[in-house]
Design a protein around this ligand. Structure first.
Ligand SMILES: Cc1ncc(C[n+]2csc(CCOP(=O)(O)OP(=O)(O)O)c2C)c(N)n1
Ligand code: SF4
Length: 280
């Protein structure tokens, strides 16, 4: 399907979750023609070589650490000019969980008027698949050949603690829920944060035609909960685990060849205990 925001012929690998996310962003934001702000990441390679671009809307490339600061300026100038174009920061997990954390936290604390979408492929995809603080424990990356030891950072809890108007998770296997959350974010002002688990067949060592089904398994097994947090306090759970064993998710990705399935099941149970307490 052709898209005004993301043009065909871009450099994204087949099966990249980011491509689906950008197309669905376009479905909800087409009329507004957003200004994209993108830090160093696969998503800025997507644009291609200047002066041509695979993005059909203005896209500003920022330094790795500074996308929310750039977006703060873009959003403020748009407002000064009386423009209706929303500012959308589109960043990977490296730019979000790690190197962009200071400017992300600062922009969220100031409640800047922007939508921030993190496409989380759980690695530094663009530079060869190094670990980030979004990489789950047990996953093999180019810098954790024996499997990562530390647990994945809970970025949604961190963003909710800023008491921003809206924070939510997105699944490319749940189109209706995905579009609904983008629409909520579109209608709000202030800092909105959306987290999309984004398959990277290259780094996940998975088949490119399984990207959507992998995310479905991640949600159904409870590994990737679908939920929303309003104003930092009001938790709404959108889908509960349905008994699917997380082993089904892990077995299709060679990055998890040596992972302890029992440990992953325990982590999922602990995560749901926490979420259930917050949503009470
Ligand atoms: C200060 C700085 N350090 C390192 C780099 C090299 N670099 C460019 S993109 C990238 C990885 C980005 O990872 P992520 O944000 O997860 O996005 P992805 O590549 O996975 O889309 C790195 C390390 C850089 N551009 N700037
Ligand atoms: S390396 Fe991964 S994140 Fe980057 S374009 Fe390819 S599939 Fe997408």
């Amino acid at each position: 399907m052709s898209s005004a925001l993301l043009r065909e012929g871009n450099t994204n690998c087949g099966g990249c979750g980011m491509s689906i996310g950008l197309r669905w962003l376009d479905e909800v934001f087409a009329e507004q023609r957003p200004y994209l702000v993108i830090p160093a990441a696969c998503a800025i390679v997507t644009a291609g070589a200047f002066p041509t671009s695979s993005y059909g809307v203005p896209a500003l490339a920022s330094t790795f650490a500074s996308a929310p600061a750039y977006a703060t300026g873009v959003s403020a100038v748009a407002e000064l000019n009386g423009e209706q174009h929303p500012t959308v920061c589109w960043a990977g997990d490296g730019g979000t969980y790690d190197i962009g954390m200071a400017t992300l936290s600062a922009a969220a604390e100031r409640n800047e008027d922007m939508l921030y979408v993190c496409y989380d492929n759980e690695i530094y995809g663009n530079t060869g698949g190094q670990r980030s603080s979004a990489t789950p424990a047990g996953a093999v990356t180019s810098t954790t050949p024996g499997g990562k030891l530390e647990a994945k950072k809970d970025i949604l809890a961190i963003m909710a603690a800023h008491r921003i108007p809206y924070a939510a998770t997105l699944s490319i296997a749940h189109r209706h829920d995905f579009l609904r959350k983008l629409t909520i974010a579109r209608e709000m002002r202030g800092f909105r944060f959306l987290l999309m688990l984004s398959p990277c067949p290259t780094g996940w060592k998975a088949s490119s035609d399984e990207s959507v089904s992998l995310i479905e398994l991640a949600v159904r097994s409870g590994l990737f909960p679908l939920y929303e947090v309003f104003n930092g306090t009001d938790y709404v759970i959108n889908a509960r685990p349905d008994g699917t064993d997380v082993a089904e998710y892990l077995v299709h990705q060679r990055r998890y060849n040596a992972v302890e399935v029992g440990t992953v099941r325990e982590r999922i149970a602990a995560q749901w205990q926490y979420l259930d307490r917050m949503a009470r």
